[in-house]
Design a protein around this ligand. Structure first.
Ligand code: SAH
Length: 353
């Protein structure tokens, strides 16, 4: 498909040099940037500071939208909403907005599908289709930022925990972080952005060296190789004796706390043995553990751990001095929970328009 390039794929520097090539004054780049990322203009016409001739030239050369919201599902309490975005090539991705007290958190996708094949994850079950570009990642955030601004509200947190593995699409994911964080543009605080990885060690090492302010979460889910390799096949390539030292190094070099994600699965990883093994594994590490009751997905019929088992697990961790939180399952009625984002055969079939 011969598509015009997407304007959100460009950095401010790239827009500046483009305008220079076009013989435009340099301040025009700032006006475009301001229009796109401060004013949150959804079309070029809305950036009225630009002369009509420049707007038409831009319009002829660039696309200003690649994601079309195709269907929206609201949770019963109306606090969560999941949006299915259609891409120009017919693929689709999902993103979720969760309102909780003063928080307005969005969970965005970095790939169509995922290559990591975690057995309990709906996206893993659908396989890998393609990477998203940085602009396609950024556009998800802009969509919700516009929506909230219409309600005189604003985004407070962005988590890269939608479809896909951010570290398998490292450059685009981090370029999206940079664009969202850009101080002349969207200016979203790096500390309110969280990247979540299945545990790709070379990329964790790269991320460590970049010493960013962005939060890092590791999807751990098991504290022994035997169990983790069954649940997350990537563990065969980067087993715990490689992954955990990489996490320790991250904390040591960046001085930042690391987050571990643990989906609580009944009779699989919710027992004393795993809790103790986990406590041994991350002993002395500056970290926080998020315990999330497993969300149901089509090809993984196991159940979420019971509240009693989760609380017993928490007690073991806390007795060992490990901070942890039991996460609520938001948006579960619209399949908007962790790992539930996957699209049935025909885009839009599974959620109401
Ligand atoms: N690829 C990234 C982001 C994916 S989803 C990663 O693996 O971290 C974000 C989180 O949801 C991950 O921790 C993932 O393991 C978790 N998750 C996936 N499927 C789930 C499910 N069915 N129930 C609960 N959590 C799930």
């Amino acid at each position: 498909m011969n598509q015009k390039p997407l304007i959100y794929d460009l950095t401010l520097e790239q827009i500046s040099s483009l305008l220079q090539d076009w013989g435009e004054p340099s301040f025009r780049a700032g006006q475009i940037w301001h229009g796109l990322y401060r004013q949150l203009a959804s079309s070029l016409e809305a950036i009225t500071s630009l002369p009509v001739s420049l707007r038409s030239r831009l319009m002829a050369s660039y696309r200003f939208q690649s994601l079309k919201p195709k269907a929206i599902a609201h949770s019963q309490d109306r606090l969560s909403e999941k949006v299915l975005f259609e891409l120009p090539d017919g693929h689709a991705v999902e993103a979720v907005l969760m309102r909780y007290e003063r928080r307005r958190t969005i969970c965005i996708s970095t790939q169509v599908g995922c290559a990591m094949e975690c057995v309990f994850c709906a996206t893993g079950q659908m396989g890998f289709k393609r990477h998203l570009s940085s602009g396609e990642i950024v556009e998800q955030a802009l969509y919700f930022a516009r929506k909230l601004s219409e309600e005189q509200d604003h985004l407070t947190n962005i988590v890269f925990m939608g479809m896909g593995e951010p570290f398998h699409n490292y450059d685009a994911s981090l370029a999206a972080v940079d664009r969202l964080n850009d101080h002349q543009g969207f200016c979203f605080g790096a500390r309110r952005i969280t990247l979540s990885t299945v545990g790709l060690v070379p990329e964790i090492e790269r991320f460590t060296q970049e010493k960013r302010q962005v939060n890092l979460a590791i999807s751990l889910h098991a504290a022994t190789n035997e169990l983790r390799s069954r649940l997350l096949p990537i563990n065969r390539r980067y087993p715990l004796e490689v992954l955990i030292p990489a996490c320790r190094k991250y904390v040591e070099i960046t001085g930042r706390r690391i987050i571990f994600e643990w989906a609580m699965m009944k009779d699989i990883n919710d027992g004393r043995d795993q809790a103790n093994a986990l406590a041994d594994l991350i002993n002395g590490l500056n970290c926080h553990v998020n315990l999330i009751p497993l969300n149901p997905t089509p090809k993984f019929i196991q159940k979420a751990a019971s509240r009693i088992r989760i609380e017993a697990f928490v007690r073991i961790l806390e007795d060992r001095g490990i901070s942890c939180t039991i996460r609520l399952r938001r948006g579960i009625d619209i399949q908007a929970g962790c790992g539930q984002l996957a699209i049935k055969n025909n885009a839009g079939n599974d959620i109401s328009s």
